[in-house]
Design a protein around this ligand. Structure first.
Ligand code: KG4
Ligand code: ZN
Length: 375
């Protein structure tokens, strides 16, 4: 079975083709022709992970094979504003989606007629952007009379871990850290998601993006901060790990953002400052510590067998290292997707759709499927 997946929840236009484990080989045929003509594909990322079809120790089923996973970033469009401008994001998706879907099919060597299942992100995300992907996927599914599966973007981020590691043992505790969300999930079994805690204000990625914007460092802030913090002393600036008053598993990052702004003002830190690497390393480190501290509390409470870390901020080396350190101390298996599967991509949408469809074929949606902005 071949799935064509589309992801347009925020500022990446992405399409992927995946083959279900033990599925048929892709068929040749007429390539998909983008009806909107040629668009410039600056920033196109088309790495094709060809992820594992090999079961791990026979513990679990195999993962789907990623035949293509095309991601077109809109960073250049939003960079002048220091953050995503929703209306510009929607317009950009409209301009590029047909070409991105066409590119995903071409690189996979799959004709549109050979697609068995369509998958699309339903939410949460920017409503205008979501509607473009959703409408495009509905049109294809309707015309080709094939089932369509709507996928939750946050559940798909967690699925990115299973795509590369199908043998992860349950129960699983998942830490999802992206630009819009920071949350802890307990998964007792595949496709079950219990939300243990989430951010009460800013997401971790949002805090990084906002501080980078304030200092005029560029957008998106996370990767810029990581680069500039390299070699900095994470203990140079004092930050306290935030805790919610009721000791819940929720996160809060707005206090850290305020503390960072206070340091910036008090120490007169500017863009080209010699103390910038120390400051950014300290800020990045306290965010990683706050995330892993809540993970530790959650692990004590639910006693998982495995830990997973996902979402765009999971690309961060300091966070990955702190996560792995904790897992080692706790004696738990730990998994983080490879960097290209951490940030938004359609392969994770396709992988989750295949799993959902295999477990409940009747869950395929009709044309009433709607987008939702909030989790
Ligand atoms: O998951 P994602 O691609 O989109 C959302 O669903 O939000 O995550 C984007 C977030 C942005 O806040 C970006 O600054 C952050 O991920 N990010 C990073 C790194 N790469 C991306 N944060 C820290 N270090 C990185 N290397
Ligand atoms: Zn995301």
């Amino acid at each position: 079975m071949l799935v064509l997946a589309i992801e347009t929840s925020c500022d990446e236009t992405s399409a992927a083709v995946l083959r279900a484990p033990n599925g048929d080989r892709p068929q040749g045929g007429r390539p998909f022709l983008a009806p909107m003509g040629t668009v410039p594909l600056n920033g196109l990322n088309g790495d094709c992970p060809r992820s594992g079809t090999v079961p791990l120790d026979g513990r679990s089923s195999a993962a789907p094979e990623v035949l293509s996973n095309i991601v077109l970033s809109q960073d250049e469009v939003h960079a002048p504003y220091g953050g995503v401008v929703p209306e510009l994001a929607s317009r950009q998706h409209i301009k590029t989606i047909a070409a991105i879907v066409g590119e995903a099919l071409t690189r996979a060597g799959v004709a549109l007629e050979a697609v068995d299942l369509y998958a699309v992100t339903q939410g949460p995300g920017l409503i205008g952007s979501l509607l473009i992907g959703l409408s495009f996927a509905k049109g294809l599914a309707y015309y080709h009379k094939k089932p369509l599966v709507g996928v939750d973007h946050l559940e798909a981020h967690l699925e990115a871990c299973f795509l590369e590691n199908p043998g992860i043992e349950f129960p699983v505790l998942g830490l999802l850290v992206s630009g819009g969300h920071t949350a802890l999930y307990f998964m007792e079994e595949p496709l079950s998601y219990k939300l243990l805690g989430k951010t009460r204000d800013d997401a971790a990625g949002e805090a990084l993006d906002k501080i980078a914007k304030f200092l005029g460092l560029g957008y998106p802030g996370g990767p810029v901060i990581e680069k500039l913090a390299c070699g900095g002393d994470p203990k140079a600036f004092l930050f306290a790990v935030p805790r919610t008053k009721d000791r819940s598993l929720d996160f809060s990052f707005s206090g850290l953002k305020t503390a960072a702004l206070k340091h910036i003002r008090e120490h007169g830190i500017v863009k080209d400052d010699a103390r910038l690497p120390d400051f950014l390393a300290s800020f990045e480190d306290v965010i990683a510590r706050a995330l892993v501290e809540n993970l530790r509390l959650a692990a004590d409470a639910v006693l998982p067998r495995s830990l997973v870390l996902c979402g765009g901020v999971a690309r961060n080396t300091r966070l990955r290292a702190r996560f792995q350190d904790f897992a080692r101390q706790a004696g738990l298996d730990a998994y983080v997707p490879s960097p290209k599967l951490c940030t938004d991509n359609a392969a994770m949408i396709g992988a989750l759709a295949l799993k959902k469809f295999a477990s409940r074929p009747d869950a395929a949606a009709d044309l009433d499927l709607d987008a939702y902005a909030r989790a």
